[in-house]
Each structure stands twice: as C-alpha cells, then as structure tokens.
Ligand binder design. Structure first.
Ligand SMILES: NC(=O)C1=CN([C@@H]2O[C@H](COP(=O)(O)OP(=O)(O)OC[C@H]3O[C@@H](n4cnc5c(N)ncnc54)[C@H](O)[C@@H]3O)[C@@H](O)[C@H]2O)[C@@H](O)CC1
Ligand SMILES: [K+]
Length: 499
C-alpha cells in the first residue's frame, strides 16, 4: 500500500451509516452490551474531566431514547465512584427503564424537567451530561429540552454531550434553534460528520471517540490530520531539481491592486519553493516582493512551462481578464479557479464542464451562490452543497468556511479541522489559492490538493494567531513552520488538535 493510501484520514459518518452498522452488531451481541460499552467509555472520559470524583455534582439531562440510556448508565458508574448524580428526565413516562433502575441502585437522584430544583441542579453541577438526543433526534429542540440546554450554557460546569450535542443534526452539523453547547463530545463507534462541520463544529467542543466494535463502510467524507497531510507533501528527494517538484503558474492581482498576486505567489513559494511562475499585470509588485519567482507581465502562454495554474484572485473581470481565464482553462493542466475568475466562470460554466484535467473551484458562500447549482445559497448542509456544485460542473469544489469542505464530482469529500476564526481576514483566500496551486502542481488530485491546502492554511493561521491578530502576510511567513508541524511527531487525532 502506498503512503498516500494509508494516510486516508479520519472517517466521518452519517447517522444512517452508523445505524446500519449497529444492526448486525446488535444482533450478534447480548442485549444491552453495546450500550454498556458506550456508557463505560463515556464514564471514563467524565472521570478524567472531573479529576477527583468523590462528592462532585453531576447533572444528567435525559431524553426518551437510547441516548438517555447511555447518560443514565454512565451516571450510575459515576455515582458508584462517589459522585452526587441527579438525573433530569425530559419525560418521566418514556425513559430507558433498566438504565434508570441502575442509576437509582447506585444512589442517583431523579427529578422531572419541570421540577422546582432543576435550575439549581443544572447550573450548579460540576459536570452536565447531555443525553437528551443522539442520532435519533430530528428538527429543533422542543421547549423543555431547549430550556435545559440554556441552563447548561449558563451554568458553571463542564458540559459533555453524549454522542452528539442535542439539537445538532448528527449528519450535517445543522442546528435549528437551540442546541446543547458542549465543551466535550463523547461519540460512539464513529465520528459523526455533524460534529466537525457547520454549526455542529463549535457546539461539539473536543471530540472523543469511543470504540464500541462497529464495522463501518469506507467513509466518503474524511478529515486529514497532520500525518495525512505530511504524506501528501513529500519533501524533495536527492534526484529532484527545481523543475521536478511541480511548477505552478499564478495569474492574480492587477497593476492597481498587486496585493493578491504578491500573497498568492508568496504562498506558493513557501509551500513548494522549487519554482513558481507569475503571469499578469501585477508583475512589478510581485517581482519586488518575490525575487525568487519567475515573472512576466505577458499572458499565461508567455510564462514558460508549468504543471498547474492558479487563476483569479484580484485579477478583475474585464475583457482582458476574461480572455486570460479562457486561455488558462483551455489548457490540459490542472487549474485552480478563485475569486474574480469564479465570478466570470459563473457566467460561463461551460468553460470547465468538459475539462479533462483537474479543476478546483474555491468559492466562499457568496461566490457559491452565483453558480446555477448554488442558487438558493449554501444552506445548512455544507457537504451536500459542495457536492452538488461539484457534480453539476464535473469538477472539484472547495467551499470555504469555519470548517472548509472539499468535494469531488463523485461525492468524495473532506472536511478541514484546522480552521480558526482569525482566518476571516482580507487576503487569506489568496494565500489558500497559492498553497493549493502549489500542491496541484505536484500532481496531487484536486480534491486531495484542496484538502491538504486547507489543513496547512489553518495550521499556519493557528500558528500566526498565537501572536495576536493575524494578517494574510503572516500566514505566508508561518507556512514553513506549518509544513514543519505537519511533518512533526504530533498525534494522529482529529485535525483540530492545535498548533
Ligand atoms: N443502538 C444502539 O445499540 C446504541 C445506541 N447508542 C445511543 O443511542 C442513541 C440513539 O438512540 P435512539 O435511536 O433511541 O434515539 P435518541 O436517543 O437520539 O432520541 C430518540 C428520541 O428522541 C425523541 N426526539 C426526536 N427528536 C426530538 C426533538 N427535536 N426534541 C425532543 N425529542 C425528540 C424521539 O421521540 C425519540 O423518543 C445514540 O445516539 C447513542 O447515544 C449507544 O448506546 C450505542 C449503542
Ligand atoms: K446528546
């Protein structure tokens, strides 16, 4: 197996996939065995978070399904270790019977959601365990559940979600109304896609995966961690020369606004310094900033041989820009299309429909909405949105966001884990394009180049933000460190494990 095939990243799964995988396992194991595995893993994480358990107050928010059962069985384990555990039942008539009995046997207290002492119980708890809704939840939280989520948010305790924060769609990360704000989510059998994308990402906090023996199908959506990105970013070998590491050509910026050209070219150089070419009207600015680049103020065809193109950031949308875009897309080379080039492409999508080489589109939500398949906006299911546009155009779409999504026309997708809110700054998109273009030129498939670039970009953002507010230029300066970081010995966890 190649290094790349081994480094496939962490699989992300939908609620339906998890339910389908549970069925045969439930049939093959003793009744209740899976729930005990889940509860044991859950209790272990809670014990670790609590530190000293004896006498600590734990509130369980208990819904009507198996998610509530997990919380109750875990609560019984914590009570057996000396914690003072109270279970708040959303519906006392519909609750997992054996789990409730186990909590009672262990000395736990039980009260209905409407009881007078609920507010104090939840807000003063050292740890609040959210077992209201798991993968069986749908739609927004109903009022009693929404109220409990609000109390937990205002309380002082550590908030821990069981499997998925209640109110978050486990498959999409969408939230309708209120949701439980978890500092930690203990999830069973597989990392649910909704924990790492959309609103679910920030509501899930740190994700802990408990193995309960599920055998899942190969994931169609994955998240790269540092070692996976390192495998896609081979250092040059002894036989390499400046041409053999992948040469990217950049068309970005303009004479009036050279910044995008400078940032994009710099990012490409700092990612893959072998050789970067630039062609466009920001030539003077790029030459002054990056003497290492080979620069022409002519057309792309005058730039010399490249293995991939980046076209778009700050290039304008006039007739000259349109003809440059058409020239680049008429090549049989991989092309990254960003910013102004996306605006032009949305009016002429036929320019990419029949391309045979990889085409990577990198829209933000506004640019996404300009395409036919993007009308109506991105919506709450960001992975589905990226897949829709990719399938419509027969290309690869990198949809920027808090958790950037990269999707291929065949449905293969990645969700990035390293994004930081600091990246919402002018010029950071130009940097991302430079990184992804440099990786495209190494021969990586567009979806992989996009995913690895988003990861590196986020890492550079995390590193730069440690010193305070970041500018796009700081990202370029931090790129060598980000590359070093992914090659380092860090643990192979979810991609957001920090700088
Ligand atoms: N199937 C299994 O063997 C295992 C399941 N596990 C747990 O079971 C969970 C799934 O259990 P369930 O399928 O029982 O489903 P849930 O426990 O997620 O919730 C289902 C219940 O919630 C109610 N509900 C749905 N939407 C609601 C809303 N918006 N507001 C209020 N109530 C709502 C439904 O009426 C139903 O009674 C998993 O997330 C996991 O925590 C784990 O114990 C591992 C093993
Ligand atoms: K939950």
């Amino acid at each position: 197996m190649t290094e790349l095939a081994r480094s496939r990243g962490i699989g992300l799964h939908t609620a339906d996939e998890v339910r389908a995988a549970e069925e045969p396992l439930l049939a093959a194991t003793a009744p209740g065995a899976l729930m005990q595995r889940a509860a044991a893993g859950l209790a272990t994480v809670c014990l670790r978070l609590l530190g000293d358990t004896y006498g600590r107050r734990v509130a369980l928010l208990v819904g009507t399904g198996n998610n509530g059962g997990d919380a109750l069985f875990a609560g019984a384990r914590l009570a057996a270790r000396g914690a003072r555990v109270s279970a708040v039942l959303l519906d006392a008539e519909r609750v997992h019977g054996p789990a409730l009995a186990a909590l009672r046997r262990a000395g736990g207290r039980v009260l209905p959601a409407g009881a007078a002492g609920v507010e104090a119980t939840v807000t003063r708890a050292d740890l609040v365990l959210d077992g209201m809704l798991g993968i069986g939840g749908s739609g927004g939280l109903r009022p009693p559940a929404a109220r409990l989520a609000g109390l937990a948010a205002n309380g002082a305790g550590i908030t821990v979600a069981v499997d998925v924060p209640s109110g978050v769609d486990a498959s999409t990360g969408a939230v309708e109304g209120a949701a439980f704000p978890a500092m930690h989510t203990v999830t069973f059998g597989a990392v649910k896609l909704g924990l790492v994308v959309g609103e679910g990402r920030s509501l899930a906090g740190q994700v802990h995966l408990v193995d309960i023996g599920l055998e899942l199908p190969a994931a169609t959506v994955r998240q790269l961690a540092d070692p996976d990105v390192a495998a896609r970013l081979e250092p040059p070998s002894a036989g390499d020369d400046k041409y053999s590491q992948g040469v990217v050509g950049i068309v970005a910026g303009s004479s009036a606004y050279p910044g995008a050209g400078v940032l994009c070219t710099g990012a490409a150089l700092r990612t893959r310094p072998g050789l970067v070419r630039y062609a466009g009207t920001a030539a003077d600015g790029v030459r002054a900033a990056w003497p290492e680049a080979i620069v022409t103020d002519g057309r792309p065809g005058d730039a010399g041989r490249v293995q991939a193109w980046v076209v778009g950031p700050g290039m304008g949308t006039d007739d000259a820009a349109r003809s440059v875009l058409a020239e680049v897309l008429a090549t049989d080379l991989p092309v990254l299309v960003d910013a102004d080039a996306l605006t032009m492409l949305a009016e002429q999508p036929e320019l990419v429909r029949n391309r045979t080489a990889g085409t990577l589109l990198t829209p933000h939500d506004g640019e996404f909405g300009r395409f036919g398949a993007g009308r109506g906006g991105v919506g709450a299911d960001r992975v589905a949105a990226a897949r829709r546009l990719a399938a419509d155009l027969g290309c690869t779409v990198l949809l920027k966001g808090d958790a950037t999504v990269v999707a291929d026309a065949d449905g293969t997708a990645f969700v990035n884990g390293t994004g930081t809110p600091w990246l919402a700054t002018a010029g950071t998109g130009d940097v991302l394009s430079g990184i992804a273009g440099a990786l495209l030129a190494t021969g990586l498939p567009a979806v992989e180049a996009g995913a690895a670039a988003a990861h590196l970009h986020g890492r550079a953002g995390q590193l730069a933000a440690r010193r305070g507010p970041l500018l796009a230029g700081d990202l370029v300066r931090r790129l060598p460190e980000a590359v070093g970081r992914v090659h380092g010995p860090g643990p192979a966890g979810l991609g957001d494990s920090g700088p």
